[in-house]
Design a protein around this ligand. Sequence first.
Ligand SMILES: [Zn+2]
Length: 84
Amino acid sequence: MPKNRDAEKRAIARRDGPCCFYCGGRRKNPLTMSIEHLQPRAAGGSNRVQNLRLADTLCNKLAGRLPVAAKLELRAKWHAADGL
Ligand SMILES: [Zn+2]
């Protein structure tokens, strides 16, 4: 894993906070999180920070390769569940 991944994670955390895109969980260290491509690379999504979100490795794995709309749906569902 190249070092610039860490820089990207820090940049995303500065913008969004060190929170999981899916469940909204706040993590102490954004470097332990994985980078989620909102628009998947396979679907032409870019590697620019605008397209990147921080997510728990597990949440990222569960979301898999869903299209953006489905990811946003999951996110809304998991955020709601967290607030119960
Ligand atoms: Zn999460």
